[in-house]
Design a protein around this ligand. Structure first.
Ligand SMILES: Nc1ncnc2c1ncn2[C@@H]1O[C@H](COP(=O)(O)OP(=O)(O)OP(=O)(O)O)[C@@H](O)[C@H]1O
Ligand SMILES: [Mg+2]
Length: 413
């Protein structure tokens, strides 16, 4: 009998390694170059150039908006790091960039703590309010002549959950702190502009000075990105060009895909693993196709189960899609959904069902995994249910649901 050790030793010897640096394919890794985001980096540089020349004593603000996987986080992190370096090396100016994820740190207190920690300030464990902490940070920056750029990533989560006073304080900082040089500037990163435009004008105007939009990637852009990431992470000549083309065409926004670089890279990474496991010296189209269906299996399952839904459950789902699209939002309130459901049902000459029944339908949609719900935080008045779609909102899905509704309507008559 062959021993386990022998089997293992054998398999380790024979396995061909295609992937050279697995870590360089991880979603958190920030590459040194970002093909097709050069102009966004330039725009960011333009926004903050006043800090280097000393021309501007004002706090700069910029909003970055774009769908998931369009390179917002990677671009801003890369910009922050490079800007710090150039400021010091070429201008002799001290700039510090701090990146904060507002999904993890969604209160003013947690944000101020993060800033304190990043600057290595001796933050007392207890007794300081966020406001006092910000003052302490500012005094520190003044003493050391440092400019701070704070990147507030996933900022929509803070806007959706923090109390208005906290949003107000963070955004209108210099109404609270008097400073000759306004040393704290912001980069606000959001997935959709809805979370900002629904804000009160007095807050909104302080956030929206300049907006940089990140469009979903086209297939040729994804191809260049994949090619570059392949050169970083894989051994030379181990990925077939056809394989890269396939991923780029599947996810390219111009080809009906989501334009999401993260999923494209994830597919490439998994295809590499599949090829390695099979002892293939090269990643081929077939490996990519299998990786692709492994990454999206639930989606197909969910789509299949849609055909078993009742007419009114489908109408509710279509109503959700309509409101999300109209508001360019990721999430809406139950109230908005219900209103849209009622008007859509009437449009289809259907008697809208009662409130409790609509809740039942929502439960059903949740059970098959097509929608998500959560309770809003204390920021909004009272607590309300927020509804989102768990699948990527694409044209095909929308058309499929409309078609299912028509089929059900027809079978009625
Ligand atoms: N132009 C690019 N070149 C190389 N890699 C890229 C590029 N754009 C994005 N990526 C990679 O794709 C992945 C997703 O990018 P990133 O996390 O920056 O997206 P995002 O817009 O912040 O998405 P989300 O809204 O979900 O946070 C990351 O691994 C990133 O390194
Ligand atoms: Mg991000």
């Amino acid at each position: 009998m062959v021993s386990t050790k022998d089997i293992l030793a054998d398999s380790l010897r024979s396995s061909v390694l295609i992937i050279k640096h697995k870590d360089k394919l991880s979603p958190d890794y920030v590459p040194e170059n970002l093909p097709h985001r050069e102009d966004k980096i330039r725009e960011l540089g333009f926004t903050f150039r006043g800090l280097l020349t000393g021309e501007s004593k004002d706090s700069e603000r910029v909003v970055i908006v774009g769908r998931t996987g369009t390179g917002k986080t990677a671009t801003v992190k890369l910009f922050g790091k490079s800007f710090e370096d150039i400021a010091e090396r070429e201008y002799g100016v001290k700039v510090k960039y701090i990146h904060i994820n507002c999904y993890r740190h969604r209160s003013l207190y947690l944000i101020s703590q993060e800033i304190g920690n990043a600057l290595k300030l001796p933050v007392p464990a207890r007794g300081l309010s966020s406001q006092e902490l910000f003052k302490m940070v500012h005094e520190y920056l003044d003493r050391r002549n440092i400019h701070l750029i704070v990147g507030l990533d996933e900022f929509g989560h803070f806007l959706n959950t923090a109390p208005t006073e906290e949003i107000y304080f963070l955004v209108r900082l210099y109404d609270e702190i008097s400073a000759i040089i306004k040393r704290i500037s912001y980069i606000f990163i959001v997935n959709d502009s809805y979370s900002i435009y629904k804000l009160d004008k007095s807050i909104r105007d302080h956030i929206v000075r300049r907006v940089i939009e990140f469009q979903p990637y086209k297939s040729t852009e994804l191809y260049d990105i994949l090619k570059y990431r392949t050169s970083e992470a894989f051994n030379e000549n181990t990925v077939d060009d056809e394989a890269l083309q396939f991923i780029a065409n599947t996810y390219g926004f111009d080809k009906g895909g989501s334009g999401n670089a993260r999923i494209a890279i994830e597919t490439l990474s998994l295809a590499g693993e599949i090829a390695e496991k099979e002892g293939s010296p090269i990643v081929l189209l077939d490996h990519v196709k299998r990786a692709n269906s492994a990454i999206n299996p639930e989606i197909q399952e969910i789509v299949d189960s849609l055909s078993y839904l009742d007419l009114h459950q489908l109408i509710l789902l279509e109503a959700l899609i309509r409101v999300l699209k109209r508001n360019k939002a990721d999430e809406i309130t139950m109230g908005m959904l219900e209103n849209e459901y009622i008007s859509l049902a009437r449009e289809l000459n259907e008697e809208p069902r009662k409130h409790t029944q609509v809740y039942e339908y929502l439960r059903k949609l949740k059970a098959i995994g097509v929608v998500n719900t959560r309770q809003s935080g204390k920021g909004m008045r009272g607590r309300t249910t927020l509804v989102s779609l768990s699948l990527p909102l694409d044209k095909k899905l929308d058309e499929y649901i409309t078609q299912q509704i028509l089929v059900k309507l027809k079978s009625r008559t």
